[in-house]
Write a protein that binds this ligand. Structure first.
Ligand code: LLP
Length: 422
């Protein structure tokens, strides 16, 4: 929820902490997350889906800071990972291996072996070729690999083209028509324990109809496999639940849960969902300072100290993050500002915001809904440092990621000895 962001005496607070106090302590730009909002989001989703035997696994890619993961892990939340790095983070945050699912279209041999050794709950396999590698690794290690096949159900998630994943031309999953033969073949191998199926159709999904379509297709596939005498115990329903903004209320959780019940509820399956954005997106803000104002065509530019390397979503997906100034509303004509960063690219542009001003240099602005795919996707382009992350809890806050500093970056670039080859 957004309820953790309130105005007290005019100034914008995260829970009980004025964001300006955080800015003073850590400098801008920075990310701030609300522990209460993370916990409330998990509690609401887990409660909504609980009647259908659904467990929640947080998609670590959305916000991979170990302290954020620890908040979820402490509540019993599982994790959906896509790399060995994410596995290490999930474990470091206290998630038991039995609650970790390994997704992803390009797992390496090393990552698969590590996952099997650790004893993860499930590996979602996305191709026949990957299945061979999982089988070989399991044989070598003398283990049985718990495998689900990720299905491409060929549905359009009706979201931004760059975050849709289940059209038939997508790189993700195995075409539904190929699944029965591959599943049967895999089930005959002693080193593979075929536990079920998985699906994930895309991200930031606001219209729930594509979920119904995809899950109904999965129910059909489960019936086909079972009719062939194959065991199907689990179904991973994927992530993708979107969050609303000022123009859209966002999907209704009760409706989401009802669709689960109606499509796959009666099949005696252990179900799970893998939301990332829904659990953490609204629980974070990116706070940035206005550096300069500059008159422009149509709208004035406000050049801010956050840039596309800190929050990539506007440049990459034309995403818009609602903005709130930290200062109280001011007298004077509301003006439109185009918020742009310091990076030497035209796409370093957060968009036009009508009714924001009047602004002045030194003002602090909070980009909302920055808790998902914000820090997690950031880079050091233009040799900008990764920015601090702060966790707020009640009236307290603490740094959960410090700045690395340019010196640390330069140290990694100390040249190694020449190796002679050829
Ligand atoms: N499960 C799988 C297999 C996924 O690939 C993803 C996201 C999720 C779960 C979680 O999806 P969510 O519930 O967060 O929508 N960077 C983009 C979003 C990319 C999502 C990639 N996969 C953005 O900033 O909008």
């Amino acid at each position: 929820t957004d309820a953790w962001l309130t105005r007290r005496n005019g100034t914008l607070c995260a829970e009980a902490v004025p964001l300006s106090a955080v800015a003073q302590a850590v400098g801008t730009p920075f990310y701030a997350y609300s522990a209460a909002a993370l916990r409330a989001n998990y509690a609401a989703l887990a409660a909504a889906v609980a009647p259908h035997r659904v467990t929640v696994c947080f998609a670590v890619k959305a916000s991979s800071n170990r302290n954020v993961l620890a908040e979820f892990a402490a509540l019993g939340c599982g994790m959906d990972i896509v790399s060995g790095g994410e596995m290490t983070r999930a474990l470091a945050a206290g998630t038991p291996p039995s609650r970790i699912i390994f997704s992803g279209v390009g797992k390496t041999r090393g990552e698969i072996r590590a996952a099997l050794r650790v004893g993860l709950h499930q590996i979602n396999v996305e191709s026949a070729a990957e299945l061979e590698v999982v089988a070989a690794a399991a044989r070598e290690l003398g283990l049985r690999a718990p495998v689900a096949l990720r299905v491409n159900p060929d549905v359009d998630a009706l979201t931004h083209a760059k975050i849709t994943t289940a059209r038939k031309d997508s790189k993700f999953g195995i075409a539904a028509a190929e699944v029965p033969a591959l599943y049967a073949e895999a089930a005959a191998r002693p080193e593979l324990e075929m536990v079920g199926l998985a699906v994930h159709i895309g991200s930031q999904i606001l219209d729930l109809a594509p979920f119904r379509q995809a899950w109904a297709a999965m129910a059909g596939l489960v019936r086909v496999l079972r009719a062939a005498g194959l065991p199907v115990a689990r179904l991973d329903l994927g992530g993708g639940l979107g969050i609303g903004d000022d123009s859209h209320p966002g999907p209704d959780l009760a409706e989401y849960a009802r669709i689960i019940g109606e499509t796959v509820g009666g099949l005696d399956l252990a179900l799970n969902v893998e939301p990332g954005r829904w659990l953490c997106g609204r629980a974070g803000v990116l706070v940035s300072e206005v550096l300069y104002l500059k008159p422009g065509e149509g709208a004035d530019f406000a050049i801010i100290d956050a840039a596309m390397n800190d929050l990539m979503r506007p440049a990459l997906y034309e995403a818009r993050h609602p903005v709130m100034p930290l200062h109280p509303p001011r007298d004077g004509a509301a003006r439109a500002y185009r918020l742009v960063g310091p990076i030497c690219e035209s796409s370093d542009d957060f968009g036009s915001y009508p009714g924001l001003g009047p602004l002045a240099a030194g003002d602090l602005l909070a980009f909302r809904h920055a808790g998902a795919y914000g820090a997690a996707m950031s880079s050091t382009y233009n040799s900008r440092d990764l920015i601090p992350e702060v966790l707020v809890d009640g009236a307290q806050f603490r740094l959960i990621r410090a700045r690395a500093g340019i010196d640390a970056a330069l140290r990694l670039e100390e040249p190694g000895p020449w190796s002679h080859a050829g």
